[in-house]
Design a protein around this ligand. Sequence first.
Ligand code: IVH
Length: 665
Amino acid sequence: MKVKTREEYARLVEEAKKHDALYYVEAKPLISDYEYDRLIKSIEGIEKEHPEWILTTSPTQAVSSDIQSGFKQVEHVRPMLSLMNTYSEEELSDFVKRMEKILGETGFAFMAELKIDGIALSLRYEKGKFVRAVTRGDGKKGDDVTENVRTIKTLPHELKGEQIPDVLELRGEVFMPLAVFYQLNKEKEEAGEDVYANPRNAAAGSLKLLDPNQTRQRSLAVIIYDVVDSELSCQSEIATYLKQFGLPVFSEGQSSLCKNVSEILSFAKQVEEKRGSFLFEIDGIVVKFDELAKRDEIGFTGKSPKWAVAYKFAPEQAITKIENITVQVGRTGVLTPVAELKPVKLAGSTISRATLHNQDEIDRKDIRIGDTVIIEKGGDVIPKVVLVDFTKRLIDSVKWSMPLNCPSCHEKTIHIEGEVAVRCVNPLCGAKNLKKITFFAAKDAMDIDHLGEKVIEKLVNKGFVKTISDIYELTPEKLGQIEGFKEKSVKNVLESIEKSKETTLARFIFALGIKHIGEIAAEAIADTVLDLDGFLALTEEKLLAIEGIGKIVSESVMQFLSQKESVEEIHRLIKLGVKPKGRNKIDHPFSGKTFVLTGTLKQFGRSEAAELIKERGGKVSNSVGPGTDYLIVGEEAGSKLEKAKKLGITILDELEFFNSVSKSI
Ligand code: IVH
């Protein structure tokens, strides 16, 4: 096949990724496996001719592509289950009682282990060699992350010791050691990038990087806690068994064989006291029925086994003082109050800020400057204020209320009826603008790497970037003036900016940061308008006809489109080379042509063939007429064929149709 441009190649890769997502994520494939394979083959062909074009996201690459994660999906030998959570002594003893009831006996042992807050992983060794690692995924199949897991230093590529089984299928937890996590976030913050909310997200993100060399730098670690189908009789033998092969397992004090609820609780207590001293984040303990043979008898409920539970710890808390309350301005102008705290250690890190959400929250908890408060860290790094210790309240303390003016531009703020939030509505507000530009460049929007809030702030301060389109007018000279920017960072940023010009219409619409337009709404709009002109010509009526779009959203879009500055900004972006591509705007010979199908097609079902035509921008009609461009004939075609011949319409048999379909979509 002839592909002339790099853009066309990129589009094919996008297309393959789209089908991957339809297949894997939504389980709604639009094309046959056969056609999908043809698409991959064409991509491979181009890559052979133009190796310099190869995209890391290409489905042909070793660590390859599916839209969600970029990895091949692999079915698990045994489903990977989740655990039921318990939070109290009572729930824990109910768990033990349930088992006594099922088995009709009492007095059995449980293995209690740390519950690492990481990512579950299935690992496979064949003849002692590490061959595969797969994430939990949906429990039945997960992402093949073998190459990334291979970078984990503590995981042997080859097992040592004797009597290594032919196949060793393991389960464990991948995590980011806390020290690595803090360092990584520090670096991200310095680079002006978004930080990871918690070590689990950081581990998940690092495990799904498309380049294993990058994963290697993240220094992930793993602990194995289970063997699938082993000859062992008890959970408590697993660690010793695996350790002899050189596999990383829980060490002394990280697990305990318990005879009853009180022993489990005492282990839990010990662990909770030491919680901050582990190298990784834990969120509780896991209690497992020790005797493996009886587990099947005990059975399963829904997605979890009845023979194991998680006993979760309450979030960690600390006491500190609110030194000040400041106000942040978000992208849509929402003002968020933030507590500036006297720095305090919490869950291994030093906390100096906590979000206070909004005025209602502050009023409800009666939070004031100078108050002594209990803060708590839930699943996220950003802690929250749980309550005020009123006994410590200062006599001269006063109620706090939101400023009437925006802290950034000093314009009057407004409180929209029915909303909790207070907003700054000044379109020229500096803080809002900074957030807006940052949002535009972010990963799920225009995906401009190396252009986080800190960097953008510097560019704004220098006067190089005032609006989003200024990003595309950045030059090596301008970037070179940014503190901390060396030749390499300049090159990286410019490359990312260039790359971002090829984007989808949906991403582009999302990136504009229109109030109420999330990724899903942006996609729905893009699918309806087909191209940018269609977007600019939107009417309220058209918007309301889109599924999932109601009055509020459509009003917001219309308001955006009625602003002269918004439209001018879009035109500037296009002039500077941004090319948002609509999904259905396909440069294909079928585009705009009308097709009629007749006879029995062997390769495709009628609806499948119709779908393929529509996907390529063609229309399908039932009857042959002067407006028909092509007639596709299967076996036993009847009168339609005769009529088409008479009208001189191009006739394609199934093979010809197939060949055209596979042509440069
Ligand atoms: S056993 C059905 N053991 O917790 C068996 N899981 O909430 C479930 N986890 O998906 C796994 N530490 O990601 C087990 N010592 C441990 C664990 C552990 C952490 C995670 C694992 C699992 C989740 C269930």
